[in-house]
Design a binder for this molecule. Structure first.
Ligand code: HSE
Length: 400
């Protein structure tokens, strides 16, 4: 019997209990042993819940119990999750977490402790919810130099942009809808400002380069400035607007960025809609690969957490090497990144041409009093310099 403790009995923690119950026998077969939830740590009580008797309010009970071999961290946020996880690892307990904030900030240190102690710190659910991406990057794709990872890594904003596209709604209306469905939180900042996707691409980039990528250094732009008018232009061009988190190798380093992009129908992420996530990976020998599926939500995320528990059970007292050192990777300034840009401005077409040279004017019959156009390919820096010559730029969105 492998005894586990779950920290946090919210959406993910209760999902882990549900998955362990639903697939009890097959999980035991695959893990080579039964998994038993011995404790659930939460500030609240859960009267009437079948797990009511397992609930404890004091972390010391878990930390000091030698029977606990696995700690499942499902609290979210950096503290007290970091303190609890570090203490568990130092006490020789394996940990799995779905917490991207914790992994992005302290992943390298926690992995080093796990290695030192010959145990495991696993975090498959921290990126892409139920989609396998951490394990593939750490095992199946290790023959490659990963030259690009580009993902739709946030289900909430993908749902919102899909709804704006299909129903022509404004940002504020789809945000209310996403909140009423429980996709967006009461404070939606982390999703809509791109911070959630930023931490996820920081984790993926750290894994492929084997060094620490500081999420604070990733250029991050959310979707709050995207309007129904932008979506009309995108439709007129046969494109969609998606929040991409991307990381591309240039020489020995990477540049990374989170921002809305206009994608053509040929782009592999064009058809990824609603709350789904997808991750496009390009390796120098593999070529292209895509990972697609349920990127958020109770059971998909719990599925990845429980798969980590099974992996831990299969590797008790044996560390699964994950190459991610605390040595910092100096990201390349994304001002050097090149793309085309879609721009809306109230300047005249003649003024636009004198600033950018030849551009592709996009006509949407019902939109008047402004000009929408596509520039040629240029660096971020060049775009910034040139666009300063416009009198009144209303919008600019990168184009892939
Ligand atoms: N808020 C996140 C999302 C949850 O919408 O994708 C999963 O990390």
């Amino acid at each position: 019997m492998i005894k586990i403790a779950i920290l946090g009995y919210g959406t993910i923690g209760s999902g882990v209990v549900e998955v362990l119950q639903t697939n009890k026998e097959s999980i035991a077969k695959r893990a080579g042993d039964e998994i038993e939830v011995k404790y659930i740590l939460d500030l609240r009580d859960f009267p009437g819940d079948p797990m009511e008797d397992k609930v404890v309010h004091d972390y010391d009970i878990i930390a000091n119990d030698d029977e606990i071999q696995v700690v499942v961290e499902a609290m979210g946020g950096v503290e007290p999750a970091y303190t609890f996880v570090k203490r568990a690892l130092l006490a020789g307990k394996n940990v799995t977490t779905s917490n991207k904030a914790l992994v992005a900030k302290h992943g390298a240190e926690l992995l080093a402790i796990a290695k030192e102690k010959e145990i495991n710190f696993l975090f498959e659910a921290s990126v892409g919810g139920g989609i396998p991406i951490i394990r593939p990057l750490n095992s199946s794709l290790t023959a490659d130099e990963i030259e690009e990872i580009t993902g739709i890594l946030n289900g909430t904003t993908n749902y919102m942009l899909s709804k704006m596209t299909f129903e022509g709604l404004e940002f504020d209306d789809v945000l209310k809808d996403a909140q009423s469905r429980g996709y967006a939180e009461a404070d939606p900042t982390a999703d809509i400002e791109g911070y959630d996707a930023c931490r996820k691409i920081a984790i993926l980039t750290s894994l492929v380069c084997g060094q620490q990528v500081d999420f604070e250094e990733i250029y991050t732009e959310g979707i709050t400035k995207i309007t129904a008018t932008d979506i009309k232009y995108a439709k007129a061009m046969g494109r969609v607007i998606k929040l991409l988190a991307t990381s591309k190798k240039v020489g020995d380093s990477y540049y990374a960025m989170v921002a809305p992009f206009m994608l053509s129908q040929q782009h592999p992420l064009f058809s990824v809609n609603d709350v789904f996530n997808a991750i496009f990976v390009h390796g120098n020998v593999l070529g292209d690969a895509m990972f697609y599926g349920s990127g958020a939500g109770k059971l998909p995320t719990a599925s990845a957490v429980v798969a980590d528990i099974v992996d831990i059970a299969k590797h008790l007292h044996r560390n699964i090497m994950i190459s991610w050192s605390s040595k910092k990777l100096n990201l390349i300034d994304c001002k050097k990144a090149e793309s085309r840009f879609f721009v809306r401005a109230t300047d005249s077409e003649a003024d636009v041409t004198s600033v950018f040279g030849d551009v592709e004017i996009i006509k949407v019959p019902e939109i008047t009093g402004e000009v929408g156009f596509l520039t040629g390919a240029m660096s971020e820096e060049e775009f910034e310099n040139k666009s300063a010559g416009l009198k009144n730029m209303l919008q600019r969105i990168r184009v892939e």
